[in-house]
Design a protein around this ligand. Structure first.
Ligand SMILES: *Cc1c(COP(=O)(O)O)cnc(C)c1O
Length: 471
């Protein structure tokens, strides 16, 4: 990425130079959404909307999702797999990154399927109009009710362990099936034994993982499925982790997964799909340097084709399921600055009106974010401050050493790359209502998630009568 100004000068440092050709820029390599620009009033605009004006209209904190960036990421994944893979392919959106009706509907309208990990996410995808044929149900501890919902609504279940398989087989014996009555489609997830360099909490490929079958048990697994008339094993799945900047692990994965498909076929299973998971990283800071969506797709497609040639296998249908790299950099969170605490010679805290309840990633994974002052994008970055949240935890710090122009109460800050694992991990800690989310495009704005009200917070509360009369 080429920067318009050298690092450290102003908020403009986060803007890419080639505004026009943004369709060709890989969204996961940008710090700000592709449509981000600075207007003549020195204010940040996203999707043609001034961020400060959005905060005036909708309040803060506010998630601002740029439709064009999300669509560009979907298109780039879809087109790259078409371009580099001669067989059929399907990109799925790993909706745990941000599961809501609008994001599911947009990705589905771009031809993507959806990966879900709970009945709630299945429900959201179905309500968003996603075809159940393209819904893949994951999870390391699915309940019987969840599995039944997946079967009856016609979704594909990704069997993670024996518990899944035994319940699926049992439901089959009880006659539970989809409307068409066809056997339940399952994929088999296994741990491929591939390590990658990312945070321990988001690694999944290593053998010591709670997800997927141990490779040593796969013979028994395939044999078991082949004996179940109600189950149809359509393929195999592996996911090695998240926020990965290397291409080698996915290159290595191709061989392992094609080998596993061959094993499934040796049990007479009609397995024709492989899913290589998600995990492509995004740029949270200038020093993050993830490969582009296109390079990631090309590496995988090339490796799968080569592995199939080596193992003399017809090309299977190739699936992948990115989450973070589809939606991550499409969103910024706008906050309003409140209190300021100066500890002379030590640190200045600038507090905002949200924090760990709308973005739990810094306190959970020590994730690092960038921030700009949305109303003074051309001002020099003269201050180094710590952006604190409003929650009652000393660890509720969004950004440790943020470079900003001088800010005071009322200024609007925009924290970048908050589309993935922010809203979906948000909470009501301290009884703070969840923020609203808006979708912006060409100067138009739509609410996609209403701001929670105090009424919403009390919706599930019950006050036993004998307690309610106390004065
Ligand atoms: C989380 C997850 C993904 C998506 O990972 P990203 O890093 O967001 O791309 C894909 N597949 C599975 C099974 C996952 O658990």
């Amino acid at each position: 990425m080429v920067l318009t100004q050298s690092i450290g000068k102003s908020g403009l440092q986060y803007l890419s130079e080639s505004k026009e050709a943004f369709q060709s820029r890989s969204p996961n390599q940008e710090l700000l959404p592709l449509t981000a620009s600075v207007n003549s009033r020195d204010r940040l605009e996203i999707g043609g909307c001034e961020v400060t004006a959005l905060v005036e209209q909708f309040g803060s904190p506010l998630y601002i999702l740029d439709e064009e960036t999300l669509r560009a990421a979907c298109t780039q994944y879809r087109d790259a797999f078409k371009r580099y893979y001669p067989g059929s392919s399907q990109v799925l959106y790993a909706s745990k990154a941000w599961s809501c009706l609008a994001v599911c509907a947009i990705s589905a309208s771009e031809g993507l399927g959806i990966d879900v990990v709970s009945a709630g996410e299945i429900h959201t995808a179905l309500q968003a109009g996603v075809s159940p044929d393209k819904i893949y149900f994951h999870g390391n501890n699915k309940s019987r009710e969840e599995l039944q919902l997946a079967i009856e609504s016609g979704c594909i279940t990704v069997a993670d362990n024996w518990h899944d398989l035994e319940i699926l087989a049992d439901l089959g014996k009880l006659g539970v099936s989809s409307k068409t009555g066809e056997p339940t489609r399952v994929m088999v997830r296994f741990t491929p034994g591939i390590e990658c360099h990312t945070h321990d909490y988001i690694k999944t490929g290593q053998i010591d993982s709670k997800f997927g079958f141990d490779p040593g048990s796969l013979d028994d697994v395939f044999k078991f499925i082949s004996q179940q008339p109600s189950l149809c094993c359509i393929g195999v799945h592996a996911h090695i982790g998240s926020q990965i900047f290397e291409l080698q692990p996915h290159d290595d994965l191709a061989d392992v997964i094609v080998e596993t498909l061959t094993k499934a076929l040796s049990y007479g299973l009609p397995a024709t799909e492989i899913n290589i998971g998600g995990g492509l990283g995004i740029r949270y800071t200038e020093t993050d340097d993830p490969p582009s969506i296109e390079d990631w797709a090309r590496t995988i497609c090339t490796a799968v084709v080569a592995a199939c040639e080596r193992q003399q296998l017809p090309l299977p249908k190739l699936l992948c399921e990115p989450g973070r790299s589809l939606v991550g950099t499409a969103c910024v969170t706008a906050y309003t600055v409140g209190s300021k605490k100066v500890i002379p010679g030590m640190r200045t805290y600038l507090a905002v009106d949200g924090g760990m309840s709308d973005n739990p990633r810094p306190i959970t994974y020590q994730s690092v974010y960038r921030v700009v002052a949305a109303g003074k994008m051309r001002d020099s970055l003269t201050e180094t401050v710590t952006i604190a949240g409003k929650h009652c935890e000393s660890g509720d710090v969004l950004i440790k050493e943020a470079k900003l122009p001088e800010c005071r109460a009322g200024d609007v800050l925009a924290v970048t790359a908050t589309g993935a694992y922010n809203y979906s991990m948000s909470s009501n800690y301290n009884r703070v209502p969840r923020p609203a989310a808006v979708l912006v495009r060409d100067g138009k704005v739509d609410t996609i998630l209403e701001r929670e009200t105090y009424q919403d917070l009390l919706r599930l509360d019950r006050l036993p009568e004998r307690l309610g009369t106390q004065k």
